[in-house]
Ligand binder design. Structure first.
Ligand code: DC
Length: 222
């Protein structure tokens, strides 16, 4: 069974996807972590974000390893554990422009499909999982969203909990820029009827997970 959760940054999809996977006892594929890993490597190696050939070479050569356990995502690049490093604000800021480079997307989409084939059943989230990457394979497709203010507050709390020194305004600005950058160009929205849409603005995490799980169980008749 393949369950896709698409939606913008900060919509609550990552945490909800991870919990849903844990409830269903299947792996969780965090595709944002893969784009973050490339961004982290680019910062580490001093490759400029406008050096597209350099970034594409980096992505091609990167030996990415993901542990898709339902309760955690561990990421290694070229043998080094970068699970924590990829969550920093510095990495968040450069991930979006890097994720817009078509050749980088092609490389990572290929890696996501290869991981998916190995996993068999899994929950995956990103912006393009139901609409592009697992378009023809997904059994249940969700689109989750929330208003910008709520998404900024959620992301801000996460960053503060991780010890980052950021303001709510910076996070709001970053999300709003990413919305503009990430949207439309490469993640076509699913047509009505192709997905189950959930607005999480006024929902708690537990309510979101319950709602997702209810739909999944209904779809598979469990
Ligand atoms: O969900 P996240 O914040 O970890 O995503 C990090 C960045 O990667 C964000 O700018 C969106 C981008 N991304 C993408 O382009 N395609 C995906 N499938 C997942 C994330």
């Amino acid at each position: 069974m393949i369950i896709t959760i698409d939606g913008p940054a900060g919509s609550g999809k990552s945490t909800a996807a991870r919990k849903l996977a844990a409830h269903l006892e299947i792996p969780y594929l965090d595709t944002g972590a893969m784009y973050r890993a490339i961004a982290h490597l680019a910062l580490e190696k001093g490759i400029a974000i406008d050096d597209h050939p350099g970034l594409v070479r980096l992505a091609k050569d990167a030996d990415l390893w993901l542990d898709c356990g339902p309760t955690h995502t561990r990421v290694k690049a070229n043998g080094h554990d970068i699970s924590e490093a990829i969550r920093s604000m510095a990495v968040s800021q450069v991930t979006s422009p890097i994720a817009r480079i078509p050749d980088i997307r092609e490389i990572l989409v290929g890696k996501q499909r290869a991981i998916g084939r190995k996993l068999g059943s899994f929950v995956t989230e990103g912006r393009d999982q139901g609409s592009v990457v697992f378009k023809d394979l997904a059994d249940v497709r969700f689109v989750v969203d929330a208003d910008l203010e709520k998404r900024a507050q959620r992301r801000y709390q996460e960053l503060i909990a991780d010890g980052e020194d950021v303001s709510l305004e910076e996070v709001r600005e970053n999300l709003s820029t990413r919305d503009g950058n990430d949207c439309k160009q490469w993640a076509p929205l699913l047509e009505p009827g192709q997905s189950i849409k959930i607005d999480t603005t006024n929902m708690t995490l537990a309510e979101v997970v319950d709602c997702l799980e209810g739909h999944v169980r209904e779809s598979v008749g469990a």
